[in-house]
Ligand binder design. Sequence first.
Ligand code: EPZ
Length: 415
Amino acid sequence: MSAYVIAGGRALDGSVQIHGAKNSVLPILAACLLAPGACVIQNCPRLSDVEASLAILRHLGCRAERQGEAVVVDASAPTRFDVPDRLMREMRSSVIFLGAILGRMGQARLCAPGGCELGPRPIDLHLAAIRALGGTVEEQGGSLFCQGQLQGADIVLSLPSVGATENAMLAAVCAQGTTTITNAAREPEIVDLQGFLQALGANVRGAGSSVITVEGGTPLHGGSYRVMGDRIVAATYLTAVAAAGGSVEVTGVDWRTLSTVTAVLKEAGCQVTSGADRIFLRTEGPLKGVRPVRTAPYPGFPTDAQAPLMAALAGGTGCTVFVENMFESRYRHVDELIRMGADIRVEGRVAVVYGVSRLHGAPVMATDLRGGAALVVAALGAEGSSTVTGLHHIDRGYQSLEYDLQCLGASIRRV
Ligand code: EPZ
């Protein structure tokens, strides 16, 4: 099992080009299934979750191949409607294929996604949206079988679920008639998905607001689209430099998509300036404690940035309260940070972080994607050497973490 060996305590300096957004490209790859032609996805990151999605598309009978920084998918003649159990287990978010398969094939079979490292990951809202569009859902021995010719409907989500919004959009594109999705998630990745669907000829509008309208049934065609920069990866590099000291310019990301994160880093004492597609951060001494950080649906503070920010603040001064409102168990990185000398108390959804001025290196283990990235952030700011195992979690969402950090002057190597 590979590991990172990190010698911390060195200030970082330089520039990083941010790769395409994982949480945008995954639903866009599923959406390729809707088009009876070739789709070119530009700025497609090299991630294990992307590879898993390409494997699902090939299993369904599509051509899917990488061409440099792009991926080409041709869903002219899909032949299957099931997602293999091993691929479902490999990538929990492959539930995002449900709406696209059902919409294109009239039926879909996938194994019920269990939980993941973040706790139970229910899909009741996804299934409610499918039913609202006239699809039937049957539980067949641990797998779900959906079928039906979809009709436009008014869907109301009881909470603004990102995945449920995306599944509803993809299914609605193939439904006959008009669909509205109320209480839709407003994440930038939803806006990116709308842009891709429009490139295929779909009539979708309202993404980024709480009400999305889809005029379904229009004929679709192949298209080309450039994926947005990954705001969580950008946030990770900013918190890494905030933790280690120094300065960094991240490019290829829209600063507005992570403005809640940069606002907290400014409050913690960093100098932050933003341009059209870039953000510059310089630390001015140890990080200070900040007002309570409450994770929330966009445009609130992103749950995916909670762990990296906590790692940076744990090695600062002052006290910060975190409230994790999005997932039940998204504090699994806390025990590992405590092994590095952090002083953090967790009570349910609340974590209280008392900055200890400087963490110390230690052997730690990643247990989920962003928790793993947080351990790297902590190790960069810590005094001494750390090893981070469980890199398969990190490889799901970071294309070239060690290379990018080495370019910033970090002592990090994969062994
Ligand atoms: C997406 O997950 C992201 N994943 C997550 O990023 C991100 O943390 C999350 O949105 C919140 O922003 C992808 O886009 C691939 P949700 P998703 O449905 O769609 C509950 C990362 O690190 N819920 O908005 O699964 C759910 O349990 C990953 O990149 C239901 O109860 O998130 C959770 O508590 C981690 N029923 C809350 O809603 C449902 O049917 C938010 O989940 C669906 C969700």
